[in-house]
Every structure is written in C-alpha cells, then in structure tokens.
Design a protein around this ligand. Sequence first.
Ligand code: HEC
Length: 130
Amino acid sequence: MTTLGIVISSAWSQQQEVIGGGRYLYEKFCKTCHGPQAMGNGPRAPVLQPKPADLTTLRQRNKGTFPFWKAYRMIDGRVDVPGHGTREMPVFGVWFRIPHDEVSIETEWADQVRGRIWQLLSYLKSIQVP
Ligand code: HEC
C-alpha cells in the first residue's frame, strides 16, 4: 500500500472509532426516547409530549446540511429543547455539561464533555437519511 493509502485508511479508521464511541453514547443516553434507529420511537416515546424528534432527518430538514453546531448547542444545553427538561436537570445529567464558570471551562472534564458531544454528533451525522 502507498503511504497515502495508509494515511487515508488510518484517518478512516479513526473516524470509525469516533462514530463507534458516539453510537455507544447514543445507546446509553438517547435511545430510550429517540429509538434504536434514532427515528423518534424509543420505548419512552409513547408517554412523551411533544414526541421525540426523528434524528435521522436532521440534515434533510435543514436544507441538506447537517446542523452540526445547532445540534451541539442542543446537547450541551445552550439551546433549550423542551423535551430534554430544564437546564438545571437535563435528561442526560452531567455527561454533556460544562459548568459555566471561568474555572470549569478549562478543565480536563470540559475537554471530555466536548469530546463526547463531538462523538455523538459524528454518529448522528453518519446515520442521516439522504
Ligand atoms: C427523555 C427523553 C429524551 C432523551 C433521553 C433525549 N431526548 Fe432528544 N428530544 C426529546 C424530545 C421529546 C424532543 C423533541 C421535542 C422538543 O422539541 O422538545 C427531542 C429533541 C431533540 C433534538 C432536536 C431535534 C430537532 O429536530 O430539532 C435533538 C438534536 C436531540 N433531541 C438530541 C438528543 C440526543 C443526542 C440525546 C442523547 C444525548 C437525546 N436527545 C436524549 C426527548 C429526549
């Protein structure tokens, strides 16, 4: 294999690793409401009003561009999603949350939170319908 081939395939496998991590997080924190295939039909969906969104159509519903940063802010809590509960008690607890004070934003925890959200969105981006 050429050097370029190796570079490309290792970039590809890194990307697969990020997506795999995102799938794990999705299953842990989102699946009960948004469903096994992210189509909005998780086991908790019947009792929820409004219904959980179909997360496979985010790109389709945003004129063909995956709304990466908008979705990022929905997960870190800066954009309110009524179905996700209040900012003080978001459904996914502290895992996707950086306390908004000057010390916390520089901590290792904050970096881990950003990494998790990045993985989660990479996974969601990978499962968009055309
Ligand atoms: C307790 C149930 C519940 C859980 C858990 C949950 N969601 Fe949601 N989510 C909802 C509901 C209900 C809506 C849609 C209604 C609304 O706007 O409030 C929604 C909406 C969204 C939206 C907005 C979609 C759009 O079309 O604008 C995104 C993005 C989202 N959720 C991502 C996630 C991710 C990622 C996770 C896991 C980290 C997650 N949600 C976990 C219930 C949930």
